[in-house]
Design a protein around this ligand. Structure first.
Ligand SMILES: Cc1cc2nc3c(=O)[nH]c(=O)nc-3n(C[C@H](O)[C@H](O)[C@H](O)COP(=O)(O)OP(=O)(O)OC[C@H]3O[C@@H](n4cnc5c(N)ncnc54)[C@H](O)[C@@H]3O)c2cc1C
Length: 572
């Protein structure tokens, strides 16, 4: 056995979409970060090991932006077939690019030390390398889904469903219980040119009667991914997960056997083959943190109008029945939720462990609110918010709670600068940006998207220019552009049912592909800063180091559309 000690400012445990976004956000703010993840691939339930697609807020231009949109756009650019290994690679590449981020894969956090109400270090074991890591850090984020740092440190946690009266939640059960939404093992199937027989393993269930699938409807068309193969929510979904996996696999292989060998329409599926079955159950719910607020169903329903909003949700309250597959009625109820509703910063840290953030499905919400906030695009924005808050905690040497009390406006503005949408708020451009004259005011207006009938974008074609102009020479350090990634685009990030002839998904045609920047010096001479190619992204940030009286942006090429929108162009 080897022992290694790492020292950092921010240690994130769990590399699902929330942990990945938290680690990348902090590293980009200059924070020395370590991400400890127990699996070989990143993405948690979105990874090739579990294969859930990324969902988020519903409705017109509601899609989450920031790091999660960057992942999805890179996936379109680098993975038009939407193949799983290439999606894993997109997530891995995001970490590889960050010089402040150390990634420990295959490394499971097993223990920690606490002093004076703060975590000092964690212990984690990397089995392939037979190495024990000690990671010492000023701040930690628990993005493990199951709140491992809370369990080990004695942070206040909740498990199960609140009783109806505790928060006056109409969709909660009458009395509190320890039931949860259960884990699932998913299937992936492929349509081929030949006929395929299927012989199930002898231990799989034999389903022969469609009534065994009432409200579930197994089929191999459309957006089916068998999410309803779910058990264990009425028992101990966390500690008995191995037992539940065995049950899930019996069902999963039995379902494919039913489609191939027993279903009324089995002839339709002669050319289908079983491509993949997940042996690692995807988990929906276990321990949740108790923060300085416990956001509940009523906060969701009333739109979450929090002054300290750092993210938003917009998925319905999708509350699965704890009996899962064995519940004879609808497996889930979609209780309506507004899209968007705000999420409070106070859900993102532990109430009693003073340097501990949390993000993802373990934030401080009730079971009912979780049934909406748990979707992965929401989780990723929560991760970005927690990682950015950790950077402010490092900068001011304060606790997560103090970041909320003293630096919330700065946190919100950094999130918007990095293209997160905080509904109802606008990004505040720097003084030097606001002092300039600009040819299109909306470019620095901070909306960053068209929403609720307000569209302040600059609409341009190849060859068109916009310009900032100052009365006196100014020094500029960086510029940032927000292009239009067509937030209403419908595709999923990966393909689950591999029907023949599924079209490729590529970079949105609404995006700018190439642009040029020029600046004018105090003597009136123009200089070319360069032509820039956009690798299919919505947010482009570029360092500058110039003194100028004018800066000009020229669109050179788009990804397809003749006229495109630019939602933001700012400088500082
Ligand atoms: C079957 C299923 C279907 C779903 N359907 C959808 C859907 O369609 N769309 C959608 O957006 N969401 C869906 N969800 C919900 C969503 O997947 C989860 O809520 C979301 O993945 C939570 O993100 P997270 O980052 O908090 O946790 P996770 O994705 O669970 O990631 C946490 C990671 O931490 C790692 N970890 C845990 N313990 C340790 C440790 N001790 N040390 C190191 N690492 C550790 C885990 O391996 C895991 O990879 C579904 C969930 C399930 C299970």
């Amino acid at each position: 056995m080897k022992n290694k000690t790492l020292n950092c400012d921010f240690c994130v445990v769990g590399g699902g979409l929330s942990g990945l976004a938290a680690a990348v956000a902090a590293a980009r703010e200059g924070v020395k970060t370590v991400l400890v993840h127990d699996r070989p691939v990143l993405g948690g339930n979105a990874s090739s090991e579990i294969r859930m697609w990324v969902c988020g807020a519903r409705g017109d231009n509601r899609k989450e932006t920031g790091i999660v949109e960057e992942m999805l756009l890179e996936n379109l650019y680098a993975n038009p077939e939407r193949n799983y290994s290439r999606w894993d690679c997109v997530l891995y590449s995001m970490c590889r690019r960050e010089k402040n981020l150390t990634l420990l894969l295959n490394t499971v956090c097993t223990d920690l030390t606490v002093e004076d109400g703060c975590i000092k270090s964690i212990k984690a074991y990397n089995s392939p390398a037979q190495t024990w890591y000690t990671v010492e850090s000023k701040y930690f984020a628990d993005c493990s889904g199951d709140s491992i740092l809370g369990v080990l440190s004695g942070a206040e946690l909740r498990y199960g469903r609140e009783g109806r009266n505790e928060f006056n939640e109409s969709i909660a059960p009458e009395t509190a219980d320890r039931k949860t939404m259960g884990p699932s093992c998913l299937l992936q199937c492929r349509e081929t040119d030949e006929d395929h027989d299927y012989t199930p393993p002898e231990w799989a269930y034999k389903f022969t009667d469609p009534s065994q699938f009432q409200f579930r409807d197994p089929h191999l068309e459309g957006l089916q991914n068998f999410w309803w193969i779910e058990v264990g929510g009425s028992a101990d979904a966390l500690h008995d997960v191995d037992m539940h996996r065995d049950e899930l696999l019996k069902i999963a292989f039995g379902v494919f056997d039913y489609l191939k060998n027993s279903a009324e329409n089995k002839e339709r599926y002669r050319k289908w083959t079983l491509e993949w079955v997940g042996f690692l159950p995807g988990k929906r719910e276990s321990f949740r943190y108790v923060g300085d607020i416990i956001q509940n169903q009523n906060d969701v329903a009333s739109g979450g109008k929090f002054d300290d909003m750092i993210s938003y949700g917009g998925w319905p309250m999708d509350d699965h029945h704890p009996d899962g597959f064995y519940y004879p009625g609808e497996p889930t109820i979609f209780h309506p939720a507004p899209s968007p509703f705000g999420i409070s910063y106070r859900t993102l840290y532990s109430r009693n462990i003073n340097n501990l953030f949390c993000a993802g499905r373990n934030i401080s919400v009730t079971h009912s609110a979780l049934s909406s906030t748990r979707v992965m695009a929401t989780c990723a924005t929560l991760g970005q918010a927690a990682g950015t808050a950790a950077a402010l905690a490092v900068k001011y040497a304060v606790s997560p709670r103090e970041v909320g009390a003293e630096h919330i406006a700065e946190l919100q503005n950094i999130l918007m600068e990095n293209d997160m949408w905080l509904p109802g708020k606008r990004y505040q451009a720097s003084d030097v940006c606001r002092q300039a004259q600009i040819s299109c005011e909306g470019l620095r207006g901070g909306m960053n998207r068209a929403v609720d009938g307000i569209d302040e974008s600059w609409q341009a074609q190849a060859g068109d220019s916009a310009e900032y102009r100052w009365a006196q020479p100014v020094k500029l350090q960086s510029t940032r552009l927000v292009f239009d990634s067509f937030l209403n685009r419908p595709e999923k990030n990966i393909i689950v049912l591999q029907c023949k002839g599924v079209p490729l998904c590529t970079t949105p045609v609404t995006l700018v592909k190439r642009f040029k920047l020029d600046y004018q010096d105090a003597a009136g001479n123009w200089h070319e800063l360069g032509e820039f190619s956009n690798p299919g992204q919505r947010l482009c940030k570029l360092p500058l180091d110039i003194e100028c009286v004018a800066l000009k942006l020229t669109i050179l090429e788009t990804f397809g559309n003749e006229t495109v929108k630019v939602f933001g162009w700012t400088v500082k």
